[in-house]
Design a protein around this ligand. Structure first.
Ligand SMILES: [Mn+2]
Length: 420
């Protein structure tokens, strides 16, 4: 037996003492889909517009090697898939249409065929696709507004875009046989104190109603509404606040709330909100990111918040009820490395949660044994988690230690550095 296997055997025995079967955990984790966002590869530029990014989001950094074409983005995604363990879905934004017939179509005119390249890519890897209408980075964003615009021609354009996206999500689901999460997020809001906070929200509500009147298969297309508290240049008011989106979902059957853990006030934590929503919804959706000060989109790390979010999903037996997707972008470091660190970190968090003796700890809480609960939770932190992670990576045919980053460096040398 090689040294790694010996270490894993030791870890397996340690966890067995807690009645945790590490082999079973590894098998289960490998089946849990996590959606990998396409927009880390090109700094959220997309393929369909030269308009600067808007909607209160911004990428910073100019590290060389960003993908400049569909081919380059697909190549980069392949690399990320190759160096990260675990089952994936791919999360696509509507701005990433690939016009194969050479005919440009505006966002309100998009057709399923404009995303055939994504379906082909998904079939190559036997993964599902999720989808997002793109209500930003476009000349029809007027005064920072889309679905809430008082200009009816602007609002109509974006409603048509939303409807086109419903049809595309339906196409993804029917082609791939996996549910497609269709997430609605708008950056509409105001930099300074508005005079009317209600009218834009009533228009947003009406716009969503009109978009979702488009026909789709509710078992296979999962519309979500994602909230946000503020953005850059949209500091005073956002129409799609937490209360707005939660209530929209609560009052519209089949619509899911989507929480992005970068979209709340700095001391709020999404891990506490997950069980609150599980008490009311059969299914919810998450964007996993790492907020830092005013930025909602740093690369996900294996940090406290990430670990706690995973725990809330796993210990409440909700892996089948929570649609998980990553959402971050960093243009200041190697993008393939950033993408992979984020995906690997969430995999680690899920594994860590599955290697926690959740039933035992819950029983301590129920029995009021809080001192013992604290002691146990602290002891578990130094259990040989790393050995199980290494074994998981091995079984997923992915490098577990520092070696995977050597692949990132070679890819940079051979491919990324030639993009000028
Ligand atoms: Mn998000």
């Amino acid at each position: 037996m090689n040294k790694n296997k010996q270490i894993y055997e030791y870890a397996r025995e340690q966890y067995a003492r807690l009645e945790i079967d590490t082999d079973k955990v590894i098998d289960e984790l490998a089946k849990v889909p996590v959606s990998l966002h396409c927009w880390q590869g090109d700094d959220v530029k997309g393929f369909d517009s030269d308009s600067p990014l808007s909607g209160g989001i911004q990428t910073t950094g100019n590290y060389p090697g960003a993908a400049r074409s569909p081919k380059e983005l697909f190549d980069d995604l392949r690399k990320v898939i190759e160096i990260t363990p675990g089952k994936k879905k791919i999360n696509v934004h509507a701005s990433y249409a690939v016009f194969e017939d050479g005919k440009f179509r505006n966002r309100n005119e998009l057709i399923p065929e404009d995303f055939k390249a994504w379906v082909d890519f998904a079939k190559e890897y036997n993964v599902g696709l999720d989808f997002n209408p793109t209500f930003f980075g476009h000349s029809m964003v007027k005064d920072g507004l889309t679905l809430t615009s008082p200009d009816e021609s602007v609002r109509e354009f974006w409603i048509e875009h939303g409807k086109a996206c419903v049809r595309i999500a339906n196409y993804f689901a029917s082609e791939l046989g996996e549910p497609c999460v269709l997430n609605f997020w708008i950056g509409d809001g105001f930099k300074d104190i508005p005079a009317d906070r209600l009218s834009p929200r009533l228009r947003y509500k009406d716009s969503l109603d009109k978009i979702l009147s488009e026909k789709y298969d509710p078992r296979m297309v999962k519309p979500c509404v994602e909230s946000k508290v503020f953005g850059i240049g949209v500091e005073s008011y956002t129409a799609g606040s937490s209360e707005f989106t939660l209530n929209y979902a609560a009052t519209h059957k089949g619509v899911l709330p989507l929480m992005d853990n970068g979209h709340y006030h700095p001391t709020e934590v999404v891990y506490d909100k997950i069980p609150a929503l599980l008490a009311y919804y059969d299914e919810i959706a998450l964007h996993i990111t790492r907020p830092v000060r005013w930025d909602s989109d740093h690369v996900v790390l294996f940090d406290d918040e990430t670990r706690e979010m995973a725990k809330e999903i796993v210990r409440n037996d909700a892996l089948g009820r929570v649609y998980m997707a990553l959402d971050f972008f960093d243009a200041s470091i190697n993008r393939i490395g950033a993408w992979s660190v984020g995906f690997r970190s969430w995999q680690k968090a899920l594994l860590n949660a599955m290697l926690t003796p959740n039933d035992k700890l819950k029983a301590l809480q129920e029995n009021g044994e809080f001192g013992k609960l604290m002691a146990y939770q602290e002891e578990i932190k130094t259990y040989p988690f790393g050995a199980v992670w290494d074994e998981y990576c091995d079984r997923c045919l992915v490098r577990s230690d520092f070696g995977w980053y050597d692949d990132v460096i070679s890819y940079e040398k051979e491919v990324l550095s030639k993009r000028r």
